[in-house]
Design a protein around this ligand. Structure first.
Ligand code: AQP
Length: 340
C-alpha cells in the first residue's frame, strides 16, 4: 500500500461519531468534501470517533456495528487509503491520553456553555436517564483528537463550530502556560449545506441519533424510502418558492439540499420553481443520484470486511506514529516525569 503524503504538508483532521446511521447531513456537510477535496490537498486523517459514542446510553454491540459501518461508508464515500489515513479513534490510545490534559486545561464553566451539551443533557433528563460525565467533558476529548496531530484545519459542518472554537482556546491556553506544543487549528465549513435540517422539523439539524426518523435521510436508506421522506418534507405556509431561512425554513432547506446535490446556488434555484411539489420531486431525485454511488460502493465493501479491517489497522498504526511524539511532548511540558 502506498503511503499518504506526510512531511511539510498541511494537516487536516476530521471525524464521524458512530451514534447512529450516517445521514445526508453528515455526507453533504462533511464527508463529501473530505473525499473530493481535502484528501487531495493535504495530509488528511479521518477517524470514526467511537469513544464519543459512549457519552450517551449505548448498546455495545450496536456501537461496534455502527463503527464498522461508518468506516465502510467513509471508504464508500471516496476516502482513499492511498491518499489519506482512515482509522478508529479507540485504536490510538493517544486520544484518551491527551484528553486528560485537555480536561486539566479547560474550565468547568466553558464546558457547561456548550450548546450540544445543554441540548443532549436536557434530552437525556427528559427521558429519565442520567447525564454521563463524559457528555460534559466530550469537547476535551474532541480537542485532543485534533491537537494530537498538529492539525492545521478541521473541515466540519456548522454544528461543530462551538467545539472547534473551544479547541482553539485550549490550544492557545496550553501553549501560553507550558510552551509552544500545539498548532492552533482553523475550522472550515462547506459553502452550501453546512447545516442540513431535519425534513420534518426544519428548525433542528438533521441528526443521526434523533429518535424521530421520518425527517432524516440515512445514506443507506432504500431509494423508495428516500423519495418518501423528501416528498413528505414539511414545507411552509404560502406556496411561492423563495430562499428565506428565517421565514421559510422548510423550503430553504430543500433548496439548500438540491443546490448541494446539483452544485447549484440555492437562491438562483428558487427562481426555477413555482410549486413545492416540483421542488420536492427534483430534490428527491438529486439526493438519490448523489447517494447511488455511495450505496453501491458500500455494498461492495461490506462484502469485504477483511479489506476494511486492514485499512483500519494500517491507518491506526500510522496515526499512532504521528500522535505519539506530540502527546509525549505535552506530558513532559505539564511536568509529568518521562517514563524513560
Ligand atoms: N445536519 C448536518 N448538516 C451538515 N453537517 C452535519 N454534520 C452532522 N450533521 C450535519 C457534520 O458531520 C460530521 C460528522 O458529525 P458527527 O458524527 O461528529 O456528529 P454530530 O455533528 O453530532 O452529528 P449528528 O449526526 O447530529 O450526530 P448525533 O445525532 O449523534 O449528535 C461533522 O463534521 C458534523 O459537523
Amino acid at each position: 500500500m502506498a503511503m499518504p503524503r506526510t512531511a511539510g504538508a498541511k494537516r487536516i483532521f476530521s471525524g464521524v461519531k458512530p451514534t447512529g446511521h450516517l445521514t445526508l447531513g453528515n455526507y453533504l456537510g462533511a464527508m463529501r468534501r473530505w473525499a473530493r477535496e481535502d484528501q487531495h490537498r493535504a495530509d488528511a486523517l479521518f477517524c470514526v470517533v467511537d469513544l464519543h459514542a459512549l457519552t450517551v446510553e449505548h448498546d455495545p454491540a450496536r456501537v461496534r456495528r455502527l463503527t464498522r459501518q461508518a468506516a465502510t461508508l467513509l471508504l464508500a464515500a471516496g476516502l482513499d487509503p492511498e491518499l489519506c489515513t482512515v482509522f478508529v479513534q479507540s485504536h490510538v490510545e493517544e486520544h484518551a491520553r491527551l484528553s486528560y490534559l485537555m480536561e486539566c486545561t479547560a474550565s468547568d464553566g466553558e464546558m457547561r456553555r456548550m450548546i450540544q451539551y445543554k441540548e443532549k443533557a436536557a434530552a437525556e433528563q427528559a427521558r429519565g436517564g442520567s447525564v454521563r460525565l463524559s457528555l460534559l467533558t466530550y469537547p476535551a476529548l474532541m480537542a485532543a483528537d485534533i491537537l494530537a496531530y498538529g492539525t492545521h484545519e478541521v473541515p466540519v459542518g456548522e454544528d461543530q463550530a462551538q467545539h472547534l472554537e473551544l479547541t482553539r482556546d485550549l490550544a492557545v491556553r496550553f501553549n501560553q502556560r507550558y510552551g509552544a506544543t500545539f498548532v492552533v487549528p482553523k475550522t472550515t465549513h462547506p459553502q452550501v449545506a453546512a447545516r442540513v435540517m431535519d425534513l420534518q422539523d426544519p428548525t433542528s439539524k438533521m441528526g443521526k441519533s434523533h429518535g424521530r426518523t421520518a425527517g432524516i435521510v440515512y445514506l443507506l436508506d432504500e431509494p423508495e424510502v428516500v423519495r418518501k421522506k423528501v416528498m413528505r418534507a414539511v414545507t411552509d405556509a404560502g406556496s411561492d418558492v423563495v430562499h428565506d431561512r428565517e421565514e421559510r425554513p422548510g423550503v430553504a432547506n430543500l433548496l439548500d439540499v438540491l443546490a448541494a446535490c446539483t452544485e447549484g446556488d440555492p437562491v438562483a434555484l428558487a427562481g426555477e420553481y413555482d410549486s413545492y411539489g416540483a421542488l420536492k420531486k427534483d430534490t428527491a431525485e438529486a439526493v438519490l443520484e448523489v447517494l447511488r454511488p455511495v450505496r453501491e460502493r458500500h455494498a461492495e465493501l461490506a462484502a469485504a470486511p477483511e479489506y476494511v479491517d486492514s485499512v483500519l489497522r494500517e491507518g491506526a498504526e500510522r496515526a499512532r506514529g504521528m500522535a505519539r511524539p506530540r502527546v509525549d511532548a505535552a506530558y513532559r511540558a505539564v511536568g509529568l516525569l518521562p517514563k524513560e
